[in-house]
Design a protein around this ligand. Structure first.
Ligand SMILES: *[C@@H]1O[C@H](CO)[C@@H](O)[C@H](O)[C@H]1NC(C)=O
Ligand SMILES: *[C@@H]1O[C@H](CO)[C@@H](O)[C@H](O)[C@H]1NC(C)=O
Ligand SMILES: *[C@@H]1O[C@H](CO)[C@@H](O)[C@H](O)[C@H]1NC(C)=O
Ligand SMILES: *[C@@H]1O[C@H](CO)[C@@H](O)[C@H](O)[C@H]1NC(C)=O
Ligand SMILES: *[C@@H]1O[C@H](CO)[C@@H](O)[C@H](O)[C@H]1NC(C)=O
Ligand SMILES: *[C@@H]1O[C@H](CO)[C@@H](O)[C@H](O)[C@H]1NC(C)=O
Ligand SMILES: *[C@@H]1O[C@H](CO)[C@@H](O)[C@H](O)[C@H]1NC(C)=O
Ligand SMILES: *[C@@H]1O[C@H](CO)[C@@H](O)[C@H](O)[C@H]1NC(C)=O
Ligand SMILES: *[C@@H]1O[C@H](CO)[C@@H](O)[C@H](O)[C@H]1NC(C)=O
Ligand SMILES: *[C@@H]1O[C@H](CO)[C@@H](O)[C@H](O)[C@H]1NC(C)=O
Length: 501
């Protein structure tokens, strides 16, 4: 368990950060092959068809239940799909759908949840606030109602900081009495600053940026503290807003932590502040290898769609955990290749064909693999990524699957708003738009696929200094279950400042 001897003063943290030169994200002067136009039309048709089903069976509600031909209100009943999908409508040129959405958004009362549920600070920020502010930008700032509605919503969500001194916001707010629910994690707390700083920009109220930054910085300083002890480790996932302490040692870069790490880079870029953009090809190449690995999960299944979760075999013991029923299929598909496992374990080399096996075989229309593919295309100009996107377009199902290796296992009965906001947007952008349009050198995507315009990049990032707030840093150990999300091993550390590996 993480247990630091206390108190550690922030003043330990004075350090000099190196400077780094900024470089372009995209390959310059990338052009599209003639096959792009046909794929563009195909993705637009998928969007149009899916959204028509939403309009018919679920309009005004949060999510479509496509199998039941019904709906659910799982995002407070404000019409999450409409709000989240607006940016994609604008980029795909579905102007009539956007105008109808705008009318809807204009009439939503964001001060009251339309369901009995509490309001989720993170989900509401990335889908609703992100959706409205991105649409505001993409339509040339013509519709100020999108900013006004965002502000109404964020003013209520600001109750997540229930006292003026609180650094870390609570993850849930009860909109009836403005009370909070005692829990959060670093992704929920640290994935607000892109959206909230945009709101400050358009309203002139700096409070939104300040609130969303103070917790991000608090978490970031943990990393600096670990560096001080020469520890190369990630942050713990759980954090208690009531006392700012990290809780336990569940460490991951998966869900619950992921988008905090993502926003460290993205916020630095969109605000041109003192974050450090690495401009490091070694790291880009690791990213490209991971994109290849993830693509293999799509390429190896019977449907051509990848599973929700899979696991790499990275040690001999893991090798024996592979479920028997997967041995034969993945032996053939080379998803799991025993000979290659054996050779690689002997020689301790990793490659992008390093075997993996499925843990969760469903497909809920998530964007991540296709999104990586989009970044890889724009960063390298290698047309293999376009071919992959084209192959995904070809097999893309309008509905999610219960089992990517067995179509007979049936269809998922919920279409999350990210299918419209993110999956179809990233799938279409590599194909249908000139790479200079929504260029990754000029735009930043939030963690829901909402795009925001970035200022021209600076020549150099990093000031050589980091801010040093006053206070103490501590963590604590609690008993209890590890989070249900981010399945993975619980790492245990011996107590004391030797923490880490
Ligand atoms: C990209 O195109 C611009 C304008 O056509 C040209 O000035 C520039 O030299 C090109 N850059 C590269 C790397 O080819
Ligand atoms: C999509 O692009 C691929 C090449 O990447 C091409 O083979 C295919 O014909 C295109 N699809 C359509 C519908 O035009
Ligand atoms: C979208 O679908 C509707 C039917 O729901 C159809 O009338 C319309 O022509 C389609 N638009 C495009 C651009 O394909
Ligand atoms: C860029 O995207 C917009 C919105 O979809 C579209 O109207 C425009 O034609 C695109 N420009 C290019 C050069 O592709
Ligand atoms: C800025 O927003 C905060 C948070 O909602 C609010 O408390 C404050 O009154 C606002 N300031 C101004 C000047 O409107
Ligand atoms: C809040 O911060 C102020 C100024 O740092 C301090 O005086 C006060 O005691 C703090 N209040 C609480 C409840 O921690
Ligand atoms: C909750 O906040 C709203 C808006 O700021 C306010 O009008 C209302 O009185 C508050 N409710 C309670 C129970 O404090
Ligand atoms: C926001 O933070 C800055 C820097 O700490 C401070 O100067 C400013 O007064 C703060 N603004 C608000 C409205 O809290
Ligand atoms: C929040 O939960 C933690 C751990 O479960 C507990 O130690 C803390 O006292 C709680 N805080 C509040 C304000 O309820
Ligand atoms: C790039 O990143 C790698 C891996 O972290 C590191 O070893 C290398 O020193 C970095 N290169 C530069 C120029 O910073």
């Amino acid at each position: 368990m993480v247990q630091l001897s206390e108190p550690f003063k922030w003043t330990l943290l004075l350090c000099t950060c190196s400077l780094s030169l900024a470089g372009p994200v995209q390959v310059p002067n990338l052009t599209l092959p003639p096959t792009a136009a046909g794929n563009q039309t195909a993705v637009k048709n998928i969007f149009n068809q899916s959204y028509a089903a939403y309009s018919k069976f679920a309009f005004g509600h949060d999510s479509l239940l496509p199998v039941s031909a019904s709906f659910i209100d799982d995002r407070n009943g404000w019409g999450a799909t409409i709000v989240d999908a607006m940016g994609t409508m604008i980029l795909m040129g579905f102007d009539d759908l956007f105008i109808k959405s705008l009318e809807w958004v204009t009439n939503v009362d964001f001060t009251e949840s339309k369901t009995a549920a509490n309001v989720d600070l993170f989900e509401t920020t990335i889908r609703y606030v992100g959706g409205m502010l991105s649409a505001y930008e993409l339509t040339g700032k013509k519709y100020p109602i999108l900013v006004q509605q965002s502000q109404t919503l964020v003013d209520k969500m600001a109750f997540a900081w229930s006292s003026p001194n609180q650094t870390i916001p609570y993850g849930m707010i009860n909109f009836q009495d403005n009370s909070t629910i005692n829990q959060t994690n670093v992704a929920e707390a640290g994935t607000l600053n892109l959206e909230w700083s945009r709101l400050s920009l358009y309203t002139g109220n700096q409070t939104y940026t300040n609130l969303s930054m103070k917790n991000s910085i608090h978490i970031l300083l943990f990393v600096q503290l670990m560096k001080f002890f020469s520890c190369r480790c990630l942050i713990p996932q759980e954090i208690d807003p009531s006392d700012n302490k990290f809780v336990d040692a569940f460490i991951t870069w998966g869900g619950g932590t992921d988008s905090y790490l993502e926003y460290l880079i993205k916020y630095a870029r969109i605000s041109n502040t003192e974050g450090k953009l690495l401009n490091n090809d070694t790291i880009v190449n690791i990213g490209l290898e991971i994109a290849d690995s993830c693509w293999n999960t799509y390429a190896s299944t019977e449907t051509g769609i990848g599973p929700e979760t899979f696991q790499f075999i990275d040690n001999v013991l893991e090798f024996f955990n592979v479920p028997v029923e997967q041995e034969s299929f993945y032996g053939e598909a080379r998803f799991l290749d025993y000979w290659s496992v054996y050779v690689q374990l002997q020689t301790l080399t990793l490659s992008n064909t390093f075997p993996s096996y499925i843990i969760g075989s469903d497909y809920i229309q998530r964007p991540e693999v296709l999104e990586s593919n989009f970044y890889a295309w724009r960063a390298t100009g290698d047309t293999k990524y376009l071919d992959r996107a084209a192959s995904a377009v070809k097999v893309s199902k309008i509905l999610g699957l219960n089992d990517v290796n067995n179509i007979a296992a049936g269809l998922q009965d919920v279409t999350e708003s990210f299918w419209f906001a993110e999956t179809l947007k990233v799938l279409s952008l590599p194909n249908f738009d000139e790479p200079g349009n929504i260029s990754l050198d000029n735009y930043v995507f939030n963690t829901e696929g909402q795009v925001f315009k970035a200022p021209p990049a600076k020549a150099v990032y990093g000031s050589g200094n980091i801010a040093v707030p006053a206070g103490t840093f501590t963590s604590k150990t609690v008993t209890g279950p590890v989070p249900a999300i981010s399945p993975g091993p619980l790492l245990s550390f011996a107590p004391g400042p030797q923490l880490g590996v």
